[in-house]
Design a protein around this ligand. Structure first.
Ligand code: ZN
Length: 152
């Protein structure tokens, strides 16, 4: 997706769900002064719950909602985001790296057998932290959740 984000330490769940939706999102665990500006300069929107930061940093979006579903809706409205289902589940949820299609021989050794044989073309992996991802009940639950939030 075109938009990239930097989420502050109070928006960890939002950061995770933005990755699920295919948005490149850096999560800031602790504020180190200066680093926020550097990361925004990479072309990211800064998502924060601290109203006072709105005028401190460029491209800052203040998130008022408390629940992650409402936060997504708020962000979608404030930025006129155009969600695209084809981008869902394309990023590593742990380290924010774009996933690649797994080589079948590699995948065979790294996922449970039943997954390998039922998801042959759907197995992806993170080239950075070497985690494997596939279509399963967990992903279906997340997709349903996104639909319930109306982020489609
Ligand atoms: Zn990763």
């Amino acid at each position: 997706m075109e938009e990239k984000f930097l989420a502050d330490s109070m928006l960890g769940r939002l950061a995770k769900w933005l990755r699920v939706l295919g948005y490149d999102t850096v999560y800031l665990r602790a504020h180190g002064s200066g680093s926020i500006e550097d990361i925004i300069r990479e072309g990211r929107f800064f998502l924060s719950r601290e109203k006072k930061l709105e005028y401190v940093y460029n491209n800052t979006i203040i998130i008022d909602a408390d629940c992650v579903g409402d936060q997504l809706t708020e962000l979608k409205e404030k930025m006129s985001l155009l969600p695209d289902r084809s981008h869902w589940f394309t990023m590593c949820l742990i380290c924010n790296t774009f996933l690649k299609n797994a080589d079948p021989d590699e995948a065979r050794n790294n996922v449970p057998e039943y997954v390998f044989y039922s998801n042959l073309s759907e197995i992806r992996f993170c080239p950075s932290c070497i985690r494997y991802y596939w279509q399963g009940s967990h992903r279906k639950r997340m997709a349903r959740q996104i639909e319930e939030w109306g982020f489609v």
